[in-house]
Design a protein around this ligand. Sequence first.
Ligand SMILES: *Cc1c(COP(=O)(O)O)cnc(C)c1O
Length: 376
Amino acid sequence: MINFNEPIMVEKAFDYVREAINNKKLSGDGEFTKRCNFWLEKWSGAPKVLLTTSCTHATEMAAILADIKPGDEVIMPAYTFVSTADAFVLRGAKAKFVDIRPDTMNMDEKLIEEAITEKTKAIVPVHYAGVACEMDTIMEIAKKHNLRVIEDAAQGVMSTYKGRALGSIGDYGCYSFHETKNYSMGEGGALVIRDKDNCEMAEIVREKGTNRSKFFRGQIDKYTWVEAGSSYLPSELNAAYLWAQLEIADNIFNNRMESWNLYWEGLRGLSESGKIQLPFIPNECNHNAHMFYIKAKDLDERTKLISYLKSKGINSVFHYIPLHTAPAGKRYGEFVGEDVYTTKESERLLRLPLYYGMKKIDVERVIDAIMEFYTK
Ligand SMILES: *Cc1c(COP(=O)(O)O)cnc(C)c1O
């Protein structure tokens, strides 16, 4: 059986989790949390990155920091995970969904301006499969209309756009370290803060609305409740598990990229003969091999392909059910313009098994099975 995903585990994690336990510091913001924050700051070039309990929570923090209020509108793609919308509708905002580009499956930057009204507060680009949205255009639109940009870079750790780290381009960026992502702490994430002026408030919101972080740095002699906040701080145990991976982040990146490239080479023929479509990576983007997907002709062909792969012991999966067609999406959101690609392309897309340490022979088995399906 070839699983779709296998949780990443690197041997050093045992030592680091033991060390965290021996340090008698299991709550957040200990040595391992700091190391992860620092590593992410260095990699992203942002002045502050804070480990959080999930990417969903990082996005909630960004919504609080961007002062999203009831009645505000937030522009995002309908082709995304529910968290992208949840974080904003929880604050009473309305999700305005725009169509995607069929080539990258990212929000179509050319449709954003049509969706802007006097209630619009923010744009939330989602970097699907770790391939960047057209960020220069998006940032220009945001500047012109005075909107905040919050990047859902859940899948984008170690990906860049014109050499800049995903998550560091907008006002805020959100990473995920969920079990299904390239780097994982089981459940976890991080918030990237681009502007120095917003760093202190981010620390406060993350620490239940207190100025405790400042207290621990010795900048004040007692801490107190200064804002409405929540508890977005992960445990040291989770941070220790993640740290073992960040230390060898390049190895993990290269290992995933090898599998990604094998898929690409192996399936190129089928793509050239027009049977399937492969991912498109714009020139400005360096991706992180988060995902390898193919597109079948339509829903019917994809359903048959999934069954065929299953019969060969291969698990492949699809996602997302476009948010505007979901019960909560209808209640909390609205599609702007016409759904030309979101539904159609989401019904064609199939994700193939890809994880750290996947054996070459297993990637080849998946490729062979797909070739058989299309040539039998
Ligand atoms: C995984 C994912 C999330 C949620 O991440 P969590 O860490 O599980 O909260 C949000 N958005 C996208 C695009 C994702 O892929």
